[in-house]
Design a protein around this ligand. Structure first.
Ligand code: MN
Length: 224
């Protein structure tokens, strides 16, 4: 089976719980829709999320989210800055940088940042004869490559009208699956009437949120 999981946001406990609940096996493949890091004020575990993702090896594909990008860019900027002057840098506005700094060396951190920046902004896959576009905030037709912010930020980049149109119509010939925003604020995967857009962020970064998982073959939704 092919599974898609939205924004994990440092919630390693729910990530592990989900893999157990869907009985994720050697034959399965997992797509993560970005925003693995930041948020979760009660039990944040960015390194746990990262190692669990690494453990899945080639059974896991990650598309990059805005928070992943911001973290990677901050890490690179931080170590580019002369050591004595780093105190003058604005602190990273979320918790992941500080938490990872407590355990990773400079080399580890820069490797993490480089790896994050290699995660694609959009992937196009075919499962059971159906074509899918997977991106963090919204998708483009594969032959129309847009700037990073387009895929990372969705409505903030494009304006509300274009975003509403995307949610209503999707992309012709594809099922689009994104994360980034829990559309109804109810901790559920959202889908449009045409069933060609699925929004999988279920608010996992927030105390009352959940982690959602969509199975591509069955369209079954699983929540923890
Ligand atoms: Mn996001």
């Amino acid at each position: 089976m092919h599974y898609v999981i939205g924004d994990i946001h440092n919630n390693n406990k729910k990530f592990e719980e989900m893999l157990k609940k869907i009985h994720f096996s050697q034959e399965d493949h997992l797509y993560l829709l970005g925003d693995l890091f930041d948020r979760n004020s009660w039990e944040p575990d960015p390194i746990g999320v990262y190692f669990n993702m690494l453990k899945l090896e080639n059974r896991c594909t990650v598309v990059r989210g805005n928070h992943d990008t911001w973290l990677a860019q901050y890490i690179m900027d931080y170590f580019d800055f002369p050591e004595k002057e780093r105190k003058r840098l604005e602190p990273y506005p979320y918790n992941s940088f500080e938490l990872i700094m407590q355990r990773f060396t400079q080399v580890d951190m820069l490797n993490l940042a480089r790896q994050i920046m290699e995660w694609p902004l959009q992937i196009c896959i075919e499962v059971g004869g159906v074509k899918y576009l997977l991106a963090h905030a919204w998708t483009s037709m594969p032959d129309r490559v847009m700037v990073d912010e387009y895929y990372l930020m969705g409505r903030y980049f494009s304006g509300d009208e274009a975003y509403e149109m995307f949610l209503a119509d999707g992309r012709e010939g594809y099922i689009s699956i994104c994360g980034h925003k829990n559309i109804m604020g109810n901790g559920m995967i959202w889908k449009n009437k045409r069933k060609n857009v699925y929004m999988c962020d279920c608010g996992c970064g927030f105390g009352n949120g959940r982690l959602g998982c969509l199975c591509l073959e069955t369209k079954e939704e699983t929540y923890v």
